[in-house]
Design a protein around this ligand. Structure first.
Ligand SMILES: [Zn+2]
Length: 253
């Protein structure tokens, strides 16, 4: 069913939520746009104007690493202060109420954690951009430390003081392998759901596309909340092509 208006979408979603025991939300960029974080992949988004740095380039070139960190801190000035939106808050309320064991997300903005969902219950398919790790020894580094090293090194991206490895934001770059552990946990959560809610994702990029169908085939009901149509709308139990905050805010308590 495609909801004809927001009121119908909210009413039907509330019924589905009330009838469910295990709700697993799956989120994409659309949930964070009201927080001021643009959808990088959308038409007109940053990545259609500026080519992303491929993982192999990051590994091969000091210049690419320097540029990658320059971009990261330019972004920090624009979106560093972003706060969770209504969608994040609503999902955190379902989580606190024991209705949802955790969230699977394509986002790297840390806003689910900031809304109160415990970090171990946020499965990040594309990693997290709010801290960095050493690619060799996996040591964690905070962004202010990286920033300070960049400043004292004339903009040269720092190496790991422990092992000399490259230090990169904890995100999954283009050309970098998907994290096995996150994929495994995402699958586990998806299969535990009796209600799977895909929010703000166009569901075209692998592996995102696989989860709604996996949930549906496993017997869960499927809800899709996204501005634009997706190729799974036909199999969904409810489709809301409305503002995410407007559809979800009734769950904020
Ligand atoms: Zn290291």
């Amino acid at each position: 069913m495609i909801a004809p208006d927001v009121t119908t979408a909210v009413r039907r979603l509330r019924e589905l939520v009330d009838e469910s025991r295990v709700i697993v939300p799956f989120t994409g960029a659309g949930i964070s746009t009201e927080c001021g974080i643009p959808d990088f992949r959308s038409p007109g988004g940053i990545w259609t104007k500026m080519r992303p740095i491929d993982f192999s380039d990051f590994l091969a070139s000091q210049e690419a690493r320097d540029e990658s960190w320059r971009r990261r801190f330019a972004m920090e000035e624009q979106f560093g202060g972003a706060k969770p939106g209504r969608g994040h808050q609503a999902l955190a309320c379902l989580y606190r109420a024991g209705k949802s064991p955790g969230v699977v997300t394509q986002n790297i903005d840390n806003l689910h954690q900031a809304s109160g969902i415990s970090p171990e219950h946020v499965v990040e398919l594309h990693g997290n951009t709010t801290y960095a790790t050493c690619l060799d020894c996996a040591a964690r580094y905070e962004l202010p430390w990286v920033k300070q090293r960049l400043a004292s090194g004339n903009g040269r991206a720092p190496s790991c003081p422990d092992c000399g490895g490259h230090i990169k934001t904890a995100t999954v770059s283009f050309g970098q392998a998907m994290p096995d552990e996150a994929m495994r946990r995402a699958e586990q959560l998806t299969l535990s759901a009796d209600l799977f809610i895909a929010i703000g994702s166009s569901l075209v990029v692998w592996p995102a596309a696989g989860f709604p169908l996996m949930a549906k085939r496993n017997g869960a009901r499927l809800v899709i909340i996204n501005r634009d149509p997706t190729e799974f709308d036909d199999v969904a139990d409810l489709v809301a092509r409305h503002d995410i905050g407007a559809v979800l805010e009734c769950f904020i308590v």
